[in-house]
Design a protein around this ligand. Structure first.
Ligand SMILES: [Zn+2]
Length: 382
């Protein structure tokens, strides 16, 4: 009898411990606030340790209490992590500062004190969990005007093209069987692409999101493109597959997909699972369809894919074109311009891996992408 009571007590204690551990770990910890800012665009990222449940609201200016307009995000079931910086001064003309505080027992409130903004967007991404707040100002140069001037051969403000070499630093990306790292290939191709574009689009500004082996978060890459008001954003990657025979080039735009292969590629590039990717897609999809950029991104993707696959095939006959596909790539979410992600070969294919070490092959890739970008800028239809 005594033994049985003891067993029951210990089961009870174990359950209590498990339960409290479960409850404790259910709290979302707010780990910090990062931001990237420019004259016309600011991105604020709130880092968390779990998936959040949150609401947000824009509050008008309240002179009676001397408050500026504010945008706030309430994160439910949340606590501030110890030592977090509670006030982050921004002062960029759009935002004055970001503030974060424990609003009540289980709500953390993030407040942006606004100077002047024209629009904003709030969304969350996974792994690491974070809430992204993008705000924009009024004075945005019109992309249509810039493209028109370019096509008419006139000088306007000059085109801005952002090239994004995938991965870097602690994130090697995919690795080939003989040890070649995706991050090194993407950097080489991107530098060659910059060189090609600079040669062929004289008055343009070509920006690389990284020009050396450093880690840059996906949010920051998008923020760089938005803050320089880019006309085009191209993210360069190398594909990977468990099938060593998989090969070919493919180009992605931000869109929904049922294609398992596309889901797998997106999950790998986002460092998430396919189901997390699908979940995010469900709530950004409406936005996506409303944005005029999707059609333009599809046109850019088609021209780049056709030019890249065509050029490679004319020199390396076995290269396959896997076409264009829509999928959810974090780096393309809320990119405010036509934007694509190119998978330039398969690093897991032994023949491709060998070619990817050869600068002549990388140069052909860069030229192929540049051909497509120029056809797009010249207004060529697909
Ligand atoms: Zn990649």
């Amino acid at each position: 009898m005594k033994v049985r009571v003891k067993v029951l007590i210990s089961v009870f204690v174990t359950l209590c411990v498990l339960l409290s551990a479960g409850l404790a770990s259910a709290v979302v910890h707010v780990k910090g606030v990062r931001y990237w800012s420019s004259k016309n665009y600011t991105r604020v990222v709130v880092d968390l340790d779990r998936k959040p449940s949150y609401t947000y609201r824009l509050l008008r200016k309240d002179p009676s209490i001397g408050k500026p307009p504010r945008l706030y995000v309430d994160i439910k079931g949340a606590a501030l992590k110890n030592g977090i910086k509670k006030v982050v001064p921004i002062d960029d003309g759009l935002l004055m500062r970001a503030r974060v505080g424990q609003y009540n027992k289980d709500t953390v409130r993030v407040v942006l004190d606004i100077k002047s903004i024209a629009s904003y967007k709030v969304f969350h991404l996974f792994n690491p969990h974070r809430i992204v707040i993008d705000v924009r100002g009024e004075g945005k140069p019109s992309r249509k005007e810039t493209l028109k001037a370019h096509r008419a051969g006139k000088r306007h403000r000059g085109l801005v093209i952002v090239i994004d070499p995938g991965h870097g630093g602690k994130d090697p990306g995919a690795i080939g069987r003989r040890g070649l790292k995706e991050k090194d290939v993407t950097l080489k191709v991107s530098k060659l692409l910059k060189w090609e574009l600079r040669k062929r689009l004289k008055s343009s500004k070509i920006v690389l999101t990284r020009d050396r082996d450093v880690y840059i978060a996906l949010d920051e890459r998008t923020a760089i493109a938005n803050s320089v008001d880019a006309d085009i954003f191209v993210s360069v990657h190398v594909n990977a597959s468990y099938k060593r025979t998989a090969q070919g080039v493919e180009t992605y735009y931000l869109g929904s997909t049922q294609d398992e292969e596309a889901l797998r590629v997106a999950a790998r590039e986002n460092a998430t699972t396919a189901s997390e990717t699908t979940e995010i897609l469900q709530y950004i999809i409406k936005d996506l369809e409303r944005s005029g950029n999707q059609q333009e991104s599809i046109r850019l993707a088609s021209l780049v894919q056709e030019s890249l696959a065509g050029r490679l095939k004319s020199r390396y006959r076995d290269v396959k074109s896997n076409g264009i596909k829509g999928a959810l790539f974090y780096v393309l979410v809320n990119c405010d311009m036509p934007s694509i992600l190119v998978e330039v070969s398969f690093i897991t294919n032994p023949r491709d891996e060998k070619r990817l070490r050869n600068s002549a092959y990388l140069r052909e890739i860069a030229r192929g992408i540049a051909d497509g970008i120029i056809r797009y800028l010249n207004g060529e239809k697909t």
